[in-house]
Write a protein that binds this ligand. Structure first.
Ligand code: ADP
Ligand code: MG
Length: 364
């Protein structure tokens, strides 16, 4: 069963096409993340699901019921915002109790449900405090409590962790994921942070310019991106995109990167040349899939000069100069290299990608 279904959603603000034909089907109990850069239409999509914006066209279903004409309070969704939107003059208890009071739930039941939620969120000791007496993380828990207390069908969360410092954000994202799995409440979560999306999501919907580009499990989005945009948006450091020009040499398809040539095996060459819209293609390889060695090996594809060495915990990020391009490679800390040194670089084509330079679509 699908809990939330969005069909061909279009939403304009004057001339701005904020959401441009988004369709998305969210399974019951799933944690779905809408991911994309600022201004790509994530919040607008979420607000249309909540009923806070009305679509120009398209349909929104919650539990198979068309809700386009239903006001937010009748949709059985709860929204958590980036700025928490707590009532400053109310205690944490009253903030959490508020949605129940509005629904005229009996007083003893309110008491019971607020305490239950506070226990779940580990904020029982904070219930008598006002928001200004709480840290950012505690305020966020209260805001979550207020959303949870109603036991909604669907949670809608708009960058709920973005006001927290980096350490607390990483702690809270694990807590939130755990909580969502315990409660099994279908959740739509907006973020521009790819690491957060990868860590939390059952499925990621990557958006750009109001459009949904790819909707799949995190590992599929990461390992089988549908376009240059998706490939480059996920991963840190991002995937290297090496610009090449494709041509036939003695029947073989060869990618010419200027600084090196790379011959494609016949099947892959045919696949690429049959789909490509021009000779300009990009070879995409993630930093962790580049194999750097000091000596030339049978796997070596090109040589490069070490331009910057950035230690990063257990790894080194090497900036390598290849012709007029800088690419990044992730290598073990044990690789002993110096600035200016020539190194050899190889990769396994199975882990590499080839993209159309004009349409930006994945060819391989
Ligand atoms: N109320 C509004 N009035 C006018 N333009 C808006 C409004 N809300 C959003 N937009 C525009 O719609 C686009 C998508 O915005 P939004 O959904 O907030 O993006 P995101 O949440 O991905 O950053 C942006 O260009 C934004 O400026
Ligand atoms: Mg937003």
């Amino acid at each position: 069963m699908s809990d939330v279904k969005v069909v061909d959603l279009i939403k304009k603000f004057d001339k701005v096409l904020a959401v441009n034909g988004v369709s998305i089907d969210i399974k019951s109990g799933d944690f779905v993340v809408l991911l994309g850069p600022s201004g790509c239409g994530k919040t607008t999509t979420l607000r249309c699901i909540a009923g806070l914006e009305s679509p120009d066209s398209g349909e929104i279903y919650i539990e198979d019921r068309l809700v386009n004409d239903l006001p937010p309070k009748d949709r059985d969704v709860a929204m958590v915002f980036q700025n928490y939107a707590l009532y400053p003059h109310m205690t944490a208890f009253d903030n959490i109790a508020f949605p129940l009071k509005m629904r005229k739930v009996p007083k003893d039941e309110i008491e019971r449900r607020v305490k239950e939620v506070a226990k779940l969120l580990n904020i029982e000791h904070l219930l008598s405090r006002k928001p200004r007496q709480l840290s950012g993380g505690e305020q966020q828990r209260v805001a979550l409590g207020r959303a949870l207390v109603r036991k909604p069908k669907v949670f809608l969360m708009d960058e709920p962790l973005s006001n927290l410092d980096a350490k607390l954000r990483i702690f809270m994202r694990a807590e939130l994921k755990r909580l969502q799995k315990e409660l099994k409440v279908t959740t739509v979560y907006v973020t521009h942070d790819q690491a957060e999306a990868m860590a939390m999501a059952d499925k990621i919907a990557v958006m750009n310019n109001g459009k949904l580009l790819q909707y799949d499990e995190p590992s599929a989005i990461y390992h089988r991106p549908a376009s240059i945009f998706v490939a480059a948006f996920l991963g840190s450091p991002p995937m290297n995109m090496i610009k090449t020009s494709m041509s036939r040499k003695n029947g073989d398809l060869v990618l010419d990167a200027g600084a090196f040539m790379y011959k494609l095996p016949k099947e892959i060459g045919d696949l690429v040349s049959n789909q490509a819209s021009s000779s300009e293609v990009y070879l995409g390889v993630r930093p962790e899939d580049l194999l750097v060695s000091v000596e030339k090996s049978p796997n070596s594809v090109f040589s490069a000069e070490v331009y910057v060495v950035e230690p990063q915990g257990p790894n080194l990020v090497l900036d390598l100069r290849v012709g007029d391009q800088i690419i990044k490679a992730l290598t073990p800390l044990t690789l002993d290299v110096k600035l200016g040194q020539q190194v050899w670089v190889g990769f396994d084509l199975k882990k590499a990608h080839i993209f159309d330079g004009r349409t930006e679509a994945t060819l391989y």
